[in-house]
Design a protein around this ligand. Structure first.
Ligand code: ADP
Ligand code: MG
Length: 357
């Protein structure tokens, strides 16, 4: 196992990149601590696979260095980096049995057969595929093929990091949650550094202790699931994480005073910086319906099980509130209250309020 450092990393797939927009990865500086359970979360096309392939050595970065425990591995080929990578689609040998597929990464390294047998049984037990061990992989369902592919990624116990690139894409929905919790359990057991790539916030938040959120070739925030929920550093994080996502509202700012639809809004703390384009961020969980406050009219009420989501119009702007219990009717005039401690200003997308002492 090792700490992995990415230093001044940039990557373009073009031979002669010019502007920022030519880079699939813009400027990445990141430490992955030894033994951590990480998720790399972001929408399709934001650069997640590019970053993984640079870590594993399948791709050489245009600029920057990759260090394992402070040793520069930028110029090392994949087989010398000691990494296990599980891809979106199964990578297994169809003509081999499941047992031989699982044993393969160990045989490759010259691990003694007795140890291989032990390890294969252990992994097969964790993944609940014991009854398939002597079946030829060609006969497996796509689900099971991917399970074996994951097993191949987990079988070695000497790797620096195990990386999963959207591994549950081909897995049946009902099996998904099972495998996801299994992976979490596995991490707790083996304590290897794991990087789990996904565009699905639920997958990221259930698996990871630390989530790295990417947008458009950049890391926008690294934090625990709670930190990402409570204090998004960027409107993108607020919007992308949470269900529904954070309300991002147009505001005007004059001398540190912020108003929304003509009404003064009290923020969590002092405003930082100046100029740029400003927006207010507040999660629907912290918007309540009150007797006084911002005037609004209910446009839609959705019952989502444990609570309801009320969408109310403030002028032309929709604001969502998560409401427990009784809800107002569609069309009803209401007042909205924003919990002050959870109300933040964003400037050009980035958080621009300080937490009050
Ligand atoms: P993600 O895994 O987050 O979906 P990728 O890392 O695959 O994103 O892609 C990031 C960007 O790089 C996208 O704009 C994608 O089109 C581009 N890209 C990915 N692979 C290649 C490639 N082999 N050649 C050229 N462009 C690529
Ligand atoms: Mg990808």
């Amino acid at each position: 196992m090792a700490k992995i450092t990415l230093s001044n990393l940039r990557h373009s797939y073009l031979p002669n990149p010019k502007g920022q927009e030519d880079y699939a990865l813009k400027e990445i500086d990141l430490d992955w601590q030894d033994g951590g359970a990480y998720a790399l979360l972001g929408p399709s096309g934001c650069g997640k696979s590019t970053l993984l392939n640079i870590i594993s050595g399948l791709l050489a970065p245009s600029e920057g260095r990759i260090l394992f425990d402070d040793r520069d591995v930028t110029d090392l080929p994949p087989d010398q980096r000691n990494i296990a990578q599980v891809f979106q689609f199964p990578v297994i040998y169809d003509t081999m049995t499941v047992r031989d597929n699982l044993a393969f990464p160990l045989r490759n390294r010259g691990v003694p057969e007795t140890r291989i047998a032990e390890r294969v049984d252990e992994i097969a037990g964790m993944l609940e595929v014991e009854d398939m061990l002597d079946i030829r992989a060609a006969h497996l369902s796509p689900d099971n093929k991917q399970k074996i592919s994951m097993g191949r990624g987990l079988v070695r116990d000497d790797v620096n990091v195990v990386m999963f690139d959207e591994p549950l894409t081909v897995i049946d929905p009902h099996l998904k949650w099972k495998l996801r919790s299994k992976l979490k359990e596995l991490h707790q057991r083996v304590r290897a550094t794991m990087i789990y790539v996904t565009h699905d916030q639920t997958e990221a938040l259930t698996f990871a202790d630390q989530v790295v959120v990417m947008q458009d070739g950049e890391v926008v925030q690294i934090g625990t699931p709670v930190e990402l929920f409570e204090r998004p550093q960027h409107t993108f994080v607020g919007h992308f994480i949470g269900s529904p996502g954070m309300n991002v509202l147009p505001v005007t700012e004059t001398d540190g005073q912020v108003s929304f639809n003509g009404q003064t809004i009290f923020l969590e703390g002092k405003v930082t910086g100046q100029g740029g384009s400003t927006e207010l961020g507040i999660r629907p969980e912290f918007v309540s319906i009150a007797t006084t406050g911002i005037e609004a009219r209910v446009r839609k009420v959705s019952d989502v099980g444990r609570h309801s989501v009320v969408e109310a119009m403030v002028g032309d702007t929709p604001v969502k509130a998560v409401v427990e219990g009784a809800v107002p009717e569609q069309g009803a005039p209401v007042h909205l209250n924003f919990a002050q401690k959870q109300t933040r200003l964003y400037r050009d997308g980035w958080i621009a309020t300080e937490v009050s002492a």
